[in-house]
Design a protein around this ligand. Structure first.
Ligand SMILES: Cc1cc2nc3c(=O)[nH]c(=O)nc-3n(C[C@H](O)[C@H](O)[C@H](O)COP(=O)(O)O)c2cc1C
Length: 177
């Protein structure tokens, strides 16, 4: 079974993006190996930092994963800085990084009506720029995510079923690689 590394674009404990990621993981085939990246542990990107444990562990996690799952809110019409910082770390050396050819699955969330769709578009553009392979499928957005969290899990059966179907297709594609 393939392994997935989840990257969540919000650090706060009660994050609805984290709740969405957890709910997606709950519905996944238990045989799929899942890890969560600790992107909050990364320093601000600085090319002068060449020996950092958190960076090394993060790059290793990406290299070892068969696929990446991004679940992110939108901040000011874009990707939260903490997630962009993580991608910047993973993107070096340019065009030969651990992100090159890495299959990526994207979900965006938001407290508002648009479900973070602008951040999602920006994230896809950035991942294209680092030569990652963004999964082509129906766009998954979670609007009003803050109002749908119970006990740390997103509760929205329709969206979770829709996302689950797509994620299953993503995992099947990884298994076939
Ligand atoms: C700095 C900041 C900027 C935000 N900008 C947007 C935005 O551009 N679009 C949007 O839909 N929501 C925006 N929001 C609201 C977030 O969607 C909402 O706070 C959401 O709950 C954050 O995700 P989290 O619950 O996973 O922490 C913003 C929130 C913050 C803190």
């Amino acid at each position: 079974m393939p392994s997935l590394l989840f990257l969540v674009g919000s650090l706060r404990q009660a994050s609805s993006a984290k709740a969405t990621a957890r709910a997606m993981i709950h519905r996944l085939d238990p045989a799929v190996e899942v890890q969560m990246a600790d992107i909050g542990a990364l320093p601000h990107y600085n090319a002068d930092i060449t020996d950092n444990g958190a960076v090394a562990a993060f790059l290793h996690q990406i290299a070892a994963a068969d696929g990446l799952v991004f679940v992110t809110p939108e901040y000011n019409y874009g990707v939260p800085g903490v997630l962009k910082n993580a991608i910047d770390w993973a993107s070096r050396p340019a065009y030969e990084s651990v992100l090159k050819d890495k299959p990526c699955f994207i979900v965006s969330t938001s407290g508002g009506a648009l479900g973070g769709v602008r951040a999602q578009a920006q994230l896809k553009y950035t991942l294209n720029g680092v030569l990652a392979r963004v999964f082509i499928g129906k766009e998954i957005v979670v609007p009003f995510a803050n109002t749908k969290v119970e006990a740390g899990l997103l509760v929205d059966d329709a969206i979770l079923a829709f996302a689950g179907e797509s994620l299953t297709a993503f995992v099947a594609g990884l298994a076939a690689r």
